[in-house]
Ligand binder design. Structure first.
Ligand code: HOZ
Length: 431
């Protein structure tokens, strides 16, 4: 095992003053029974920890780092914005440019409101859906994670699933009872819910490509079905594209598949590494938000000028080059390498990918929903993860997360990763 003297000491100190030693549970490595490494700096696709070990990074800040870490255009935009002040709580030009940019990139969004995180965005979108429709029930899908919003911490993925608390303590049963949790990719379950709660379902919220119980994909026609049934039943369709937005395509999954949700939630890439989220959609729905309408939503730091400058610079950089072509090329190269490695080590595991998002499941079952994702062998995952880390490759420290490739990864990085995987897969298989 690699020496991690400084990280371990920092973790010990952190555990005394921060719950679990971390400011977000997914960072804790708790089920892996080891301390997390502490990052000193990051550049491109590399992280350097406090013990001066370098890692090829496939977590990418959990999604935002699509250009890699510390990309020059984003750093320059932040440096240019800072001398003008860090925030004013009054409108700025850059917020208008950001809103115009989002509306141009994502055509289903006619108006958008900025928030400080994806959680705020989904919380606000749910409130808006209820306010707009006058209905109380919300449908979500088991294993999807929409941030730590009370009503959405029901059968939730990501850290809630990793740490065994998909239904969080502290959410009164009365709140949770207004959330209907259904299996993803299952049409009948949703038809039954609409029949049972006719006229009472405000919204269906979905990660169109779920990325918080691993990463898996909709069956052909499933998302189109969600669009049709919600429109027919008078409920809103909310695409949570916090992870997929600006990543799967410039307009996210909806842009790739040509589906128009009523509301969309965004986060991660839109902040260029700083804390930004957003929710937006059809004009008539967004006009129900205060001060135009009765649905209250606010934030002292929302639309912060430095964060807006960072996010805009990242979006512009994505627009300028052939970023999406490059991400697909790198993703395909990784996929080819992984599939060859799996064949060579005779481990018929399940691998899913779309563009620069991917997941290796330690199961032979096809993964289409939470139940199939849960068939993965955690012991195998743990051995694989530890071996990858030892070899200087950082993949998400949980089998219920997504891998992210950035434009800063090179062919050599991808090939080195595949070589490390061959070793890690053998270690995983050894038991
Ligand atoms: N939303 C992120 C992806 N699962 C996790 C980030 C976090 O909870 O800290």
């Amino acid at each position: 095992m690699v020496a991690m003297a400084i990280s371990e000491e920092l973790f010990e100190r952190a555990c005394r003053v921060i719950p679990g030693g971390v400011n977000s549970p997914v960072r804790a490595f708790r089920r892996l029974e080891r301390a997390p490494f502490f990052v000193k700096k990051a550049e491109g696709c590399y992280l350097t920890d406090e013990d001066d070990r370098q890692y090829i990074d496939y977590v990418g800040t959990w999604g935002p780092a699509i250009l890699g870490h510390a990309p020059k255009p984003v750093l320059e935009a932040v440096q240019a914005a800072i001398p003008n002040g860090l925030g004013y709580g009054i409108p700025t030009r850059v917020e208008v440019t950001m809103a115009e940019t989002v509306c141009r990139w994502v055509p289903s969004i006619e108006k958008v409101r900025m928030t400080n995180s994806g959680t705020e965005a989904t919380m606000s979108a749910i409130r808006l859906a209820r306010g707009y429709t006058g209905r109380k029930y919300v449908v979500k899908f088991a294993g999807c994670y929409h941030g730590h919003v009370d009503s959405l911490l029901v059968a939730a993925g990501s850290g809630a699933l990793t740490h065994g608390e998909p239904d969080s303590a502290g959410v009164p049963a009365e709140f949770a009872s207004l959330t209907l949790s259904l299996p993803y990719n299952n049409r009948e379950a949703l038809e039954e819910a609409f029949a049972r709660y006719r006229g009472q379902i405000a919204a269906v919220i979905v990660e169109p490509y779920p990325g918080n119980a691993g990463f898996y994909l909709p069956r052909p026609g499933y998302l189109e079905f969600l669009r049709e049934i919600t429109a027919r039943e008078g409920a809103l369709l909310i695409f949570d594209e916090v992870m997929t937005g600006f990543r799967i395509s410039p307009a996210g999954v909806q842009g790739k598949l040509g589906i128009t949700p009523d509301l969309t939630t965004l986060g991660k890439i839109i902040g260029g590494g700083l804390p930004v989220g957003a929710f937006g959609g059809r004009r008539e729905i967004m006009d129900c938000v205060s001060p135009l309408g009765p649905v209250y939503q606010a934030g002292t730091l929302s639309g912060n000028p430095v964060a807006m400058a960072a996010g805009l610079a990242q979006l512009r950089a994505l627009e300028e080059g052939d970023a999406y072509g490059r991400l697909e090329y790198l993703g395909a190269r990784l996929e080819e390498g992984v599939r060859a490695a799996l064949r060579d080590v005779a481990l018929p595991l399940t691998f899913k990918r779309s563009g620069s998002m991917f997941c290796l499941f330690f199961t032979q079952e096809d993964v289409v929903d939470l139940d199939s994702a849960m068939t993965g062998d955690f012991g195998m995952f743990r051995r694989y993860f530890l071996s990858m880390l030892e070899q200087g490759v950082y993949v998400a420290p949980s089998p219920y997360e997504t891998g992210f490739i950035s434009t800063a990864h090179s062919e050599a990085d991808i090939d080195a990763t595949v070589a490390a995987m061959r070793v890690a897969l053998r270690a995983a298989a050894r038991g």
